[in-house]
Design a protein around this ligand. Sequence first.
Ligand code: PRP
Ligand code: URA
Length: 206
Amino acid sequence: MHTILNHPLVDHRMAYMRDVATAPKLFRELVSEVTTFLAFEALRDVNTREVEVQTPVAKTVGRKVSDEIVLVPILRAGMGMLDAMLDVLPYAKVGVLGMQRNEETAEPVPYYSKVPPAKGDEIALVIDPMFATGGSAVDAVSQLKKLGYRRIKFLCLVSAPEGMENFEKHHPDVPVFTAALDKRLNSHFYIVPGLGDAGDRIFGTL
Ligand code: PRP
Ligand code: URA
């Protein structure tokens, strides 16, 4: 199952982000802003508990998030989404997964993992701006499942239909939230039209 944000203010930001002339500073800001939208959408069904609140006028009942959240950026580009996620979810824990695509085959090569042990009922939000062949996403989610995570969601900025199909075959139980679903992959496994190499654009390493 996947959800495309479909919001004019997101599309507006994506247009700037895709623009090859957009420099890293603005690119990072746009990544953060769109990530905020993704976080709100992905957590529509988060559990809350009733709390008593004293406003300046009266006592009332409010609701606070009761689910534990673990954020899991995939290194390195996923780090570009982390600050925005932590702004929205300051009480979240963070684990990281290091993954590098083989440039010829696009196979993911995992190189690092530091994720808190799972209790089983927490929500793990995997974050990575790009979802191309879906290989990195499939591997990341498989690693989390092995660690005992049961409630996993994947948040990305740009995805390709080929990757979505691949991912949904492997992990039909894990919803994907994407700001845009693009047309296709090119012969180098880059998303078309996409936005190029997200990691390079975030970290200024073009
Ligand atoms: C990019 C991106 C994803 C992956 C997506 O990372 O951030 O992790 O490729 O491609 P896939 O869906 O085909 O697996 P990359 O390996 O280029 O590393 P980086 O984050 O260090 O730039
Ligand atoms: N990784 C990126 O950063 N961009 C793509 O288009 C595909 C993989």
